[in-house]
Design a protein around this ligand. Structure first.
Ligand code: AMP
Ligand code: MG
Length: 487
């Protein structure tokens, strides 16, 4: 019955990843669940994937998103990868996810459709292959918020509850997230390929990835070097955007860095309320390795691991290869700095570049830190009279800064009004604040009440519009706030 319906819908699944050598994946059917219920569903994304062509009923989609029913032309696989986790190398792989295939929409765009929490695979090690509801809701909310903030990210198509429990520190409701990504190729996938010690297999992965994400590199004299440079470029831009938004990924292991340049694997991530560069939320990050301010150098460290895997392809003389790769990895800092400065200029309303801008921005950040004020809201208020009512305006040093800044803005040919308009488009009013995320998750988990979850998501989809309660910072800034991986 279902399969008849499914034949009719515009589901164009390809399986290009399976044309890689077999080491890179294993076939894996999702393990069925007892009582799936569809609780979140992303209509817009659904449309953009051309999955809305026919009117399937909710039950059918619930079966599909739970892994209980496999679409006709899906070929589910678990992908192999490795990775440095908190600096330590490990063989990993999809231990609780399967890729159904790659959906190609009418624009010819290709997207991985992955079920996360779909049961054990060959790579599960001691894990149960499942996911708890809280972290899957969290990934849905935060990834969609990131997308609305124009930050490259994997997307979330649906969340189903499984009707089964998962055992973590406590017994929790189980869930499956349908994740959509440009691909799931990670720095860790290259580390896995490199560990195979077979240059043909490494080359197969590199060529495949270049074709899929960086086809322009094929025009360059040194294809693999230009690939490395482009990956570095995209990461520099991505991390700059995280910093602009006050986003802390929380677990920047090399297996959680996508070669496509999308943010991937929302675990213990969170947005900073009060500005402090050392902010870290993740309970497992005791040393602060992945703290806010460490994100750029950690990205560079990860990219050095990526560059190492490409050495045999960049040049046949290893020393020359190391020299070329190092030069590229070293360029990350400058690229990051350029991307960061350019975004910060927009946030404070500068159209043109002046040499003192960097000091102006750093002085502002220091003042935010000193006054322990909300990062997002203070920047938002800067573009209106609201700033005069903020507590930071009582600080003489801040008022001096403000006077310098307003002069800088007024001196531009575009004028103050245009600056402020630009600022409103670059400083969100609504971000997924921790206390709101927690409240939405708690309502959902304790009383299956998704009202707050849905209205919060609605507000997050228009982050540059004020949205009453969703724009408010927390009343008591809880510096002991912790996030958990929830694996
Ligand atoms: P993550 O911390 O989500 O990036 O996951 C790191 C590694 O652990 C990946 O290989 C995951 O597939 C695996 N993993 C995480 N949670 C589970 C689980 N519940 N069961 C099996 N494998 C898991
Ligand atoms: Mg991961």
């Amino acid at each position: 019955m279902i399969s008849q319906k499914f034949k009719k819908i515009g589901w164009h699944l390809d399986h290009s990843y399976m044309r890689l050598p077999q080491d890179f994946f294993t076939k894996q059917i999702p393990i069925k669940v007892s009582n799936p219920k569809l609780i979140l569903f992303n209509k817009n994304l659904f449309k953009s994937l051309d999955l809305d062509k026919y009117d399937l009923d909710k039950e059918t989609w619930t079966e599909i998103f739970s892994g209980n029913y496999i679409p006709q032309n899906a070929e589910p696989i678990a992908q192999a990868y490795a990775g440095h986790q908190f600096g330590h190398f490990a063989e990993l792989g999809d231990g609780r996810a399967v890729l159904l295939g790659e959906q190609i929409n009418s624009q010819g765009e290709r997207f991985d459709i992955q079920l996360k929490g779909s049961g054990q695979t060959l790579y599960s090690r001691r894990g149960d292959g499942r996911a708890a509801l809280g972290p899957m809701l969290r990934e849905y909310i935060i990834s969609e918020a990131m997308h609305a903030l124009r930050i490259p990210t994997t997307r979330s198509l649906a969340v189903v509850t499984t009707g089964e429990s998962v055992l973590r520190d406590e017994v929790l409701p189980g869930a499956i997230l349908t994740r959509v990504a440009q691909s799931h190729i990670r720095v860790g996938t290259f580390q896995f390929a490199s560990a195979l010690n077979d240059i043909e297999k490494l080359k197969a992965l590199a060529d495949y990835t270049i074709e899929r994400h960086y086809p322009d590199c094929k025009e360059h004299a040194n294809v693999y070097l230009s690939f490395l440079i482009e990956v570095i470029n995209r990461q520099a831009s991505l991390i700059a955007q995280w910093m602009h938004a006050g986003f802390i990924h929380g677990v920047m292991n090399t297996d959680n860095m996508a070669i496509s340049g999308e943010t991937i694997d929302y675990g213990p991530c969170a947005f900073m309320d009060r500005y402090h560069p050392e902010t870290v939320f993740s309970s497992i990050d005791q040393q602060g390795r992945y703290a806010y301010r460490n994100q750029p150098p950690i990205a560079q460290w990860n990219l050095a691991r990526f560059a190492e895997t490409l050495l045999p392809l960049i040049h046949k003389d290893l020393d020359k290869s190391i020299e070329l790769a190092s030069e590229s990895v070293n360029s990350f800092s400058d690229q990051f700095q350029t991307a960061w400065l350019s975004g910060m200029r927009k946030k404070i309303g500068c159209f043109n570049k002046e040499v003192n801008d960097i000091d102006l921005i750093n002085d502002l950040l220091m003042l935010l830190q000193k006054n322990k004020v909300d990062y997002t809201l203070t920047l938002r208020h800067l573009s209106s009279d609201a700033i005069a009512k903020d507590p930071i305006f009582n600080d003489v040093a801040f008022r001096n800064w403000y006077a310098t800044w307003i002069k800088r803005i007024q001196n531009q040919s575009e004028g103050e009004a245009n600056s402020k308009t630009m600022m409103l488009k670059n400083n969100p009013a609504v971000i997924p604040r921790n206390y709101l995320v927690e409240k939405a998750l708690s309502n959902a988990m304790t009383s299956q009440d998704y009202t707050l979850c849905n209205s919060f998501i609605e507000a997050l989809l228009n982050p540059y519009q004020e949205a009453k309660i969703f724009s408010e910072p927390p009343t008591d800034q809880d510096s002991s706030y912790r996030t958990f991986c929830g694996t």
